[in-house]
Write a protein that binds this ligand. Sequence first.
Ligand code: NAP
Length: 500
Amino acid sequence: MANGQKPDPCSFIIFGVTGDLAHRLVIPALYNLAATNLLPEKFCIVGVARKGMSSTELTDSLMKGLRQFATRKVDEALAKRLLECVTCIEADPKDPSSFDHLKAQLERLEVARTTGGNRLFYLATPPGAFAPIARELGRVGLLKEQDGAWRRLVVEKPFGTDLASAKALNSELQKLMDEHQIYRIDHYLGKETVQNILVLRFANGMFEPIWNRNHIDHIQITVDEKLGVGHRGSFYDSTGALRDMVPNHLFQLLSLVAMEPPIRFDAHSVRSEKADVLAAIQTQSEQEALHNSVRGQYRGGRIGDTEIEDYRKTEDVKAGSTTETYAALKLTIDNWRWAGVPFYLRTGKALGIKRTEIAIKFKQAPFAMFRDTPIDRLSQNYLVISTEPTEGIELQFNTKVPGPSINIDGVEMKFRYKDYFKAEPATGYETLIYDCMIGDNILFQRADSVEAGWQAVQPFLNAWHNAGAKGLKIYDAGTEGPEEADELLAHDGRSWRKLT
Ligand SMILES: NC(=O)c1ccc[n+]([C@@H]2O[C@H](COP(=O)([O-])OP(=O)(O)OC[C@H]3O[C@@H](n4cnc5c(N)ncnc54)[C@H](OP(=O)(O)O)[C@@H]3O)[C@@H](O)[C@H]2O)c1
């Protein structure tokens, strides 16, 4: 995590520089780092595209993107200084000789810019290109760390499409470089609140003693989106809500909230605890997976002023597609701390509200001393950590309603980041890119975590694939998802927290 030190001089090489991610998030994040004086003094950006363009054309395009997507007011002079160091180089993994050429040009640039040979390769391309690009970089020797210079590779999500493909990609990358050089990025981990989960749990004396099966009834993790699939029909239809969100984003949240305290705040200790808790998620049989899950697909509806069309009518979605746009799962963790505590996860598109939260529901007070009063049932206490729509933490507890008789109501105590800290809005990528440059991989996924995540979702993928259309629930856009998701919790005498 960012600690203010200036990174070493380096070249920042973006594959897929002409794409959406580079324009919308990576360059605006670099701009925010420049604005806070957290880029190296000696620095250059190399944009790699399969079809050549001049460096001026690329700079113009990135400047346009920056003006459109910057999270803070653009200081034109600063933006110009940042983008002056952009060079465009043509290379296509299908044409090996282009990587020999890339190497020669890069080495010349490194001398001219005195970056000392430190290289950060950012794979901002579709996932199918990750391995071919890495292979070519390895073949020409660009990934080899030597003479004190570091070489790092940032790999975007999704990392694999199932357990077998994630293992294959890990094994391919690990043949080319050491694990410490690989930065598997999940931009959720760049959010303040997500990082704050560790601080909340381990820098306060009051939470950890009750953070276990003796006091916690269950945990709900929700990542709901209002948007439909939009123009990403082709990608989404072959992916679905489970693959797109659960093994990466939702499991990052789950692992931070459920991990054991690391012995030190360093990458090895933190990542080992995260991997251990993911590996402790009980692997379900396909039958159990069907019983413990709900999948849905939206049909058209209205969300506010926006008309959402049927998922199946979306451009590039197969007619009769059975891809889920909503997933709800019940998982359990087989360890001493969490035995018997269910983790309910839900995520979906075209829902009535955009909300990302972890809700920790505590057990009811053990003794009902209010027996002879109008109160028949106490509501349970919730601790809610939310990242969308606002970053913050809230605690729900019971209090007496003013008046002569004993009436109890649940009230909320709210902390919002923006009320206390005057931070500029950010893309979420700044911290992560900065951490890559200083060589801190605490917030990046290690190979074993990625595989443990896929291991846990694989029975659901298999069961849903084999069931086809059977069991796919249709929900209206703008609702909270299929009603069957409520039944998943109702079976256990529980209910989802009402989202507002
Ligand atoms: N966009 C986002 O908001 C977002 C958010 C989180 C994660 N991601 C991940 O980030 C990556 C990039 O996303 P994106 O939306 O920017 O993708 P994109 O726009 O579809 O593609 C980015 C660029 O990759 C290059 N490319 C395409 N196919 C290639 C191939 N076979 N070999 C080498 N280069 C190829 C293309 O550039 P040239 O034709 O110029 O070479 C293209 O402009 C994806 O893995 C995505 O899952 C994206």
